[in-house]
Design a protein. Structure first.
Length: 209
C-alpha cells in the first residue's frame, strides 16, 4: 500500500509535528493530511494539483503545482512528502529549502520508485533526525541543512544508485558505506593524534635547547 504509516512510524511522528503547522506537499485525497492532524499537527496546508474535498477547521488546501505556490516568507515548520513522482517536480525543492523539518515517506526498492536524484541529494544534505526502514516504504525525517552530505540511508542509496535494488541490498550497501566511513574517520583521528604527539615532542625538544 503506497504511503502506509506503520505503527512504529506513527509512534515517532508526533515528536516532530505536535503543535506545528505542517505542509502536506502532494496531498492527493488528503488521507495523510487528516492522519497528521490526528497525530498532533496544529494545522495542515495541503498542496496538490487536485486536492481532495474533505473539510476540517485546521486544514487549508492550495490547488496548484508546486511552482505555482508562493514560498512563505516565514518559511515552513514541517514539510511532508509522500511518494513523490519519480521525475523532477518544479518548485518542490524551493519549498523544502525553506522548511525547518522535512518528512519523506516512500520506497525505491523491490520494483518500486518515487522521487528523483535532486530530491534525495537535498535530503542527504540535511541532518538525519529519524529513520524507520520498512519493505513497504521507509520514513526519513530530516532537520537543518548541512554543509556537506551525510552518510545516506538505505532508501536514499537505492534512489541514487541508478539501478533497481532490493530492500536487503540497499541495507547491505548502507552498512558497508558506514563501515568504510568509520574506518576512514578512525584513520584520520589516528593520523591527527600522531601529528599532535609529534608536534608536542618538537616543542619539548625546543624547550630543552
Amino acid at each position: 500500500m503506497f504511503g502506509h504509516l506503520t505503527r512504529k512510524m506513527k509512534k515517532i511522528l508526533p515528536q516532530y509535528i505536535v503543535g506545528k503547522e505542517l505542509w502536506d506537499l502532494g496531498a492527493g485525497k488528503l488521507g495523510h493530511s487528516f492522519a497528521l492532524l490526528k497525530a498532533g499537527a496544529a494545522s495542515v496546508v495541503a498542496v496538490d494539483k487536485d486536492p481532495g474535498t474533505k473539510k476540517h477547521p485546521l486544514l487549508r488546501t492550495i490547488r496548484g503545482y508546486f511552482d505555482q505556490v508562493a514560498v512563505p516568507e516565514k518559511g515552513i515548520e514541517v514539510a511532508f512528502v509522500s511518494w513523490p513522482s519519480n521525475h523532477h517536480l518544479p518548485g518542490l525543492l524551493a519549498l523544502l529549502e525553506v522548511s525547518q523539518v522535512v518528512i519523506y515517506l516512500g520506497s525505491n526498492t523491490d520494483g518500486t520508485s518515487c522521487g528523483w536524484s535532486g530530491l534525495f541529494r537535498h535530503l542527504t544534505r540535511r541532518e538525519l533526525l529519524a529513520h524507520v526502514p520498512d519493505k513497504l516504504n521507509s520514513l526519513i525525517i530530516c532537520g537543518g541543512q548541512l554543509q556537506r552530505a551525510r552518510p545516506p540511508t538505505p532508501e536514499e542509496i537505492a534512489a541514487l544508485h541508478g539501478s533497481m535494488m532490493s530492500f536487503d541490498q540497499a541495507r547491505e550497501k548502507a552498512e558497508q558505506l558506514v563501515g568504510k566511513l568509520d574506518r576512514r574517520e578512525k584513520a584520520t583521528k589516528l593520523l591527527t593524534d600522531l601529528c599532535v604527539d609529534h608536534f608536542s615532542e618538537g616543542i619539548k625538544h625546543l624547550g630543552r635547547r
